[in-house]
Design a binder for this molecule. Structure first.
Ligand code: MTE
Length: 322
């Protein structure tokens, strides 16, 4: 991600993943950390992944037909190749630097255009609906994609609990920004906290979920523990992680990426192979884990979820509303 000028492009974003990974392994072996000082701040040994230390099974969740035909991206790829700038801008940083992050206890505030502002604990969110597994294709604006077996609940269930008023037209999702446990927040790379948003009908769409796990296990810190948004027909940056506030608004929220690069990142961010990002073609994508020489695959309109979501955008100029 990052914005605008060519000089802003991170090497991890333009290098094929396998090349980047082997270079990273070398850097790890050499004992360097890519964000200077961040490892010292968090007390983490440079280059140590903590995914394994956090693994806990989710006791009960239902299976669904979503994505049954898809070949899953491996757990290690999903949990070590991340964008979570609160823990650093390198793809490997979140797995390493989220070690001290505490996803419990966790409370989410519900604010704005609602009958009554209130707070809800993560435990009570778990009780709003039975948890279920949804295998979704995920497409990043940088041109790579994954297939992730999320565990979560429909966002609509949380919205029903929130009781928005008639004036609520949009929902804003606000991530935690804690400089003590999130070393990236001490650096003004983005305007913190990370903010994302959806139109009300998008938020209520049955495909939209709040994920609390993946691969049948509790969501690892680097993937947005304890709860993150998943909107599979939009570019990955719409999926705000570690959400602490949900605010209902009348006006379209200005999201973090709209603020950082208004000409590059729009509010809608629907996956659209016909509308390129200024720096990345959106016509094709590289499935992570496919190997260095695996052919790029064609990106599909709305990431292949056109039947489920296309009607929400009838009459909207998707080139203008990118
Ligand atoms: N949420 C927060 N709070 N901070 C971030 O930096 N990055 C976004 C999104 N959610 C981000 C975030 C981007 S750019 C992507 S592609 C996805 O998270 C990546 O999710 P993953 O690491 O679980 O694959």
């Amino acid at each position: 991600m990052l914005i605008g000028k060519k000089t802003d492009i991170l090497s991890s974003e333009i290098t094929p993943r396998e090349v980047f990974e082997s270079r990273r392994k070398f850097i790890k072996a050499a004992g360097f950390s890519l964000i200077a000082g961040a490892s010292a701040i968090s007390g983490v040994l440079p280059g140590t992944s903590h995914a394994a230390a956090q693994r806990h099974k989710i006791a009960a969740f239902g299976k669904t037909a979503y994505g049954k035909e898809e070949a899953l991206t491996g757990y290690d790829d999903i949990t070590t190749y991340n964008n979570f700038y609160e823990f650093g801008t390198d793809k490997g940083d979140p797995a390493v630097h989220s070690r001290l992050f505490k996803p419990a206890p966790w409370t989410v505030s519900i604010e704005g255009a609602v009958k009554k502002p209130r707070q809800i604990s993560i435990e009570d969110i778990f009780k709003l609906a039975p948890l279920e597994e949804r295998i979704y294709r995920m497409r990043c604006v940088e041109g790579w994609s994954m297939v992730i077996p999320w565990v979560g609940l429909p966002l609509s269930k949380l919205i029903q609990f929130a009781e928005p008023t008639a004036s609520a037209k949009f929902v804003e999702f606000i991530s935690l920004a804690d400089p003590k446990t999130m070393p990236g927040v001490r650096v003004p790379i983005l305007k913190w906290p990370y903010i994302e948003g959806l139109r009300m009908d998008e938020a209520m769409n049955p495909l939209t979920i709040m994920a609390v796990g993946l691969y049948g296990e509790v969501l690892p810190n680097q993937n947005g523990a304890p709860m993150r948004l998943v909107v599979p027909w939009k570019y990955g940056f719409k999926g705000g992680k570690s959400i602490v506030k949900i605010r209902f608004t009348e006006k379209m929220p200005v999201t973090t990426w709209m603020h950082s690069g208004p000409s590059e990142y729009g509010f809608y961010a629907n996956v659209n192979p016909a509308v390129d990002h200024p720096r990345w073609s959106q016509a094709t994508e590289r499935r992570i884990g496919g190997g260095l020489f695996s052919p790029r695959i064609k990106t599909r309109m709305f990431n292949g979820y056109e039947n489920e979501v296309g009607q929400m955008y009838a009459g909207l100029d998707l080139r203008k509303n990118f």
